[in-house]
Design a protein around this ligand. Structure first.
Ligand SMILES: [Mg+2]
Length: 121
């Protein structure tokens, strides 16, 4: 079975970055979870005052696109580092959660479309 998320190379790259800087001492699960939350906040801040339609076009602005790339990278780095420190296989965790979600949210048996809310496009 193909892996959905293969973070092996990224885990090694992050470890290779952190080790010579002696940052392992700071990479406790608590600190990494807090850092992850901070980076998610930085990502959310980009979209904070945009309308739904503007958020869908956010990548059209080159400077904003760079910012989004950087924040997604920061989020991913901390997420992968946190999973690594905790010994969590993200691929297995995602597969397990998708299976649980499939049970919890079965597809509708009849054709169904979600109602459009004001501001949605
Ligand atoms: Mg950041």
């Amino acid at each position: 079975m193909n892996r959905l998320i293969d973070t092996t190379g990224l885990q090694s790259a992050i470890e290779d970055f952190a080790r010579p800087r002696n940052w392992d001492q700071f990479h406790s699960p608590k600190n990494l979870a807090m850092a992850l939350t901070g980076e998610v906040g930085e990502l959310v801040e980009i979209f904070q005052w945009l309308t739904e339609a503007q958020s869908r076009e956010a990548m059209a602005d080159p400077a904003r696109a760079v910012h989004i790339h950087e924040e997604l990278a920061d989020v991913t780095i901390y997420l992968v580092r946190l999973a690594s420190v905790l010994g969590v296989d993200l691929d297995a965790a995602v597969r397990d959660k998708l299976a649980k979600n499939a049970q919890k949210y079965p597809p509708p048996s009849v054709s169904f479309t979600y109602p459009q809310r004001e501001g949605n496009t």
